[in-house]
Design a protein around this ligand. Structure first.
Ligand code: GAR
Length: 206
């Protein structure tokens, strides 16, 4: 049984999708045992508590400097004995020491078809604003392995979603969540836990 830790910053609909999939038997051989947030008012923490999962808030603002926040984050994740770390709307850049310690065992969901609309500054609603500005006819979501470059590591799963002429950033965000994200993230966890996912390390993509 893989011990899974989920890192969140906001509403936690992706966390909820994981918990629902676990309950429904769509995730086998993996279990969310820990949820961490950088934001004490994240609704995701309420969802985790309701499911009886241990939670912790580690806010960078509570530490004297970034290095001590990074040290505390690494120590916490190691202490939990996690086999897999899932970034589900975690809006803090994962420090290099954490990536090194959990190499190949951290995955992220991003609400676009990487390599479009990703990297610095592209998170949450901003991704969908950029997609609409650009006029793309298709967007979607990507689950990828986390490496030292933002939104860059090996792609595990992607799903395309139609962009409609009358979309607002909010309507596009919602459709991408419903049609892609809430399926992809549980599928990725199940795929990893059961040896079903094959991927190529990302080379010089950009
Ligand atoms: C999701 O759309 C996720 O893909 C995105 O934040 C949202 C979190 O929603 N992540 C990023 O933009 C990361 N670059 P949720 O808290 O309801 O799961």
């Amino acid at each position: 049984m893989l011990r899974v830790g989920v890192l969140v910053s906001g509403g936690g609909t992706n966390l909820q999708a994981i918990l629902d999939a676990e309950k429904a038997g769509r995730i086998r051989n993996a279990k969310v045992v820990f949820v961490l947030s950088n934001n004490s008012s994240a609704y995701a923490l309420v969802r985790a508590k309701q499911a009886g999962i241990r939670t912790l808030c580690l806010s960078p603002a509570a530490f004297p400097d970034r290095a001590s926040f990074h040290g505390a984050l690494l120590e916490t994740l190691q202490k939990e004995g996690l086999d897999l770390i899932v970034l589900a709307g975690f809006l803090v850049r994962v420090p290099e020491e954490v990536i090194r310690a959990f190499r190949g065992r951290i995955i992220n969901i991003h609400p676009s078809l990487i390599p479009s609309f990703c990297g610095k500054g592209y998170h949450g609603i901003k991704v969908h604003e950029a997609a609409l500005r650009c006029g793309v006819k298709v967007s979607g979501a990507t689950v990828h392995v986390v490496d030292e470059e933002l939104d860059h590591g090996a792609i595990l799963l992607q799903r395309a979603v139609e962009v409609r002429d009358d979309d607002t950033p909010e309507s596009l965000q919602r459709r991408i969540m419903e049609e892609a994200e809430w399926n992809l993230l549980p599928a990725a966890i199940d795929g990893i836990a059961n040896g079903k996912l094959k991927w190529k390390e990302a080379s010089e993509r950009r």
